[in-house]
Write a protein that binds this ligand. Structure first.
Ligand code: MLT
Length: 409
């Protein structure tokens, strides 16, 4: 028998969202008439914007003609999309990220999970807690941790608790780490980091020769234009940060799949002999070996989100979800719940009532109100005592969820 990668046996239970899916299916089978409202996984619900549908149709017809047919595309992404990203997400905001520093992919989940491959197996990892589970699990799989303790925290990973006291945005640790994962607007807490917080992290990274892996998958949900949408708005970040952004939530691409990672030319890692290697070169090498990029049709669809019409239509969708977030936030807070997030992010971070554990509240919510959330403890031990509600659903369902919760707790 072939030996397995034993690091996988260190992982706790299954991945969070399939486990929730399993519990909800079990409930739905036992209660076939229950009208279940799913505010668990953050999956978009509005149909694709017309500008995107049109781009998909046009690109499909193009591929069906002898002149327009294309096979494999460039691994890093087509120039038309790299240029559109560089112009719209960066240069129009006075941020310098060149097309050749951008790598198109099929999702930020993949990118944030795969990026660790270009780092040494002994690199020390730092995460906030609660945390998007992909950052931790992929490093555990790669052998960068010991076993987990009774809180579910893995040995050799630095955890920084995100609490109400620190506005769910912990400051950098007093110790060094090689890689720190940051997510702003944050999944799951909905907190957002301001310039001062990001500056502190960039300063820490530079003085510790660390790399920041900055997940900005929810950047479009920031409602205050003075808040940073990109780590590269911070001076010095070009020397120490890698950024991930996604079309999933901001343009409804969770099914279409398109995202990208930006790695400035100035971010280096070190070989064991101390010589420097550009991280962008390593990622490019990894990308071209393991990935054939995103389909042409999907890249054209992503490009269409930057057209004037595409921007307007997708912004309107973001506004729709953020109005849902407002309804959840205000409704539940008026009903007496401790509510955080939901102002610059499509997630509401809700304190469980009556001192219930996250999973007990999840079960009670499902059984009494038929509303599905995500237990905060599923994102880490500091998420215990919280539940995450997603604003991705119809207005009617969101209103109905608020009134069911109000009436049952
Ligand atoms: C979530 O619900 O946390 C997200 O949908 C997960 C993801 O984007 O992979």
């Amino acid at each position: 028998m072939a030996n397995i990668n034993d690091n996988y046996t260190k992982l706790q239970a299954g991945y969070l969202f399939p486990e929730i899916g399993r519990r909800v299916s079990e409930f739905a089978t036992l209660n076939p008439n229950a009208d279940v409202i799913r505010l668990g996984i953050g999956d978009v619900t509005l149909p694709l914007a017309p500008a995107i549908v049109e781009a998909v149709q046009k690109a499909t017809i193009e591929l069906g003609s002898p002149e327009g047919f294309r096979g494999y595309g460039p691994e890093q992404g087509y120039d038309f999309l790299l240029n559109a990203i560089s112009e719209n997400d960066y240069k129009n905001r006075n941020i310098k990220i060149e097309p050749e520093e951008i790598f198109v992919s099929d999702g930020s989940k993949q990118d944030s999970g795969n990026i660790q491959e270009i780092f040494d197996a002994n690199c020390k990892i730092c995460v906030t807690d609660p945390v998007y589970p992909v950052y931790v699990d992929t490093n555990v799989m790669a052998g960068r941790s010991g076993p987990s303790d009774s809180l579910g925290r893995y040995e050799n990973i630095t955890y920084l608790s995100a609490t109400e006291e620190n506005n769910f945005s912990p400051l950098p640790p007093n110790e060094r780490a090689d890689l720190a994962y940051l997510c702003s607007p944050n999944n799951p807490t909905g907190a957002v980091m301001d310039h001062a917080a990001l500056e502190a992290w960039v300063k820490w990274a530079i003085s510790n020769e660390a790399v920041l892996i900055f997940d900005a998958a929810y950047d479009a949900f920031i409602t205050d234009p003075s808040l940073p949408r990109s780590i590269f708005e911070i001076e010095g970040a070009r020397e120490c940060a890698i950024e991930m952004r996604s079309f999933s939530k901001r343009s409804g691409f969770t099914g279409l799949r398109c995202a990208y990672t930006a790695i400035p030319k100035e971010v280096f890692g070190s070989r064991l002999d101390g010589s420097k290697v550009a991280l962008g070169d390593l990622w490019s090498r990894r990308h071209s070996t393991k990935f054939n990029s995103v389909p042409y049709i999907i890249q054209r669809a992503a490009e269409a989100t930057f057209s004037k019409t595409g921007q307007k239509q997708t912004r309107d969708q973001v506004k729709y979800y953020m109005e849902n977030a407002r309804i959840l936030r205000e409704g539940l807070s008026n009903a007496g719940f401790g509510i955080f997030g939901g102002v610059h992010a499509p997630y509401i971070w809700m304190q469980t009532p009556e001192g219930l554990s996250s999973w007990d509240f999840f079960d009670r919510l499902l059984n009494q109100t038929h509303v599905v959330g995500t237990p905060g403890a599923g994102f880490g031990s500091s998420g215990e005592g919280y539940l995450r509600l997603s604003a991705f659903n119809s207005r009617d369902n969101v209103n109905e969820a608020v009134s069911r919760i109000e009436n049952n707790f």
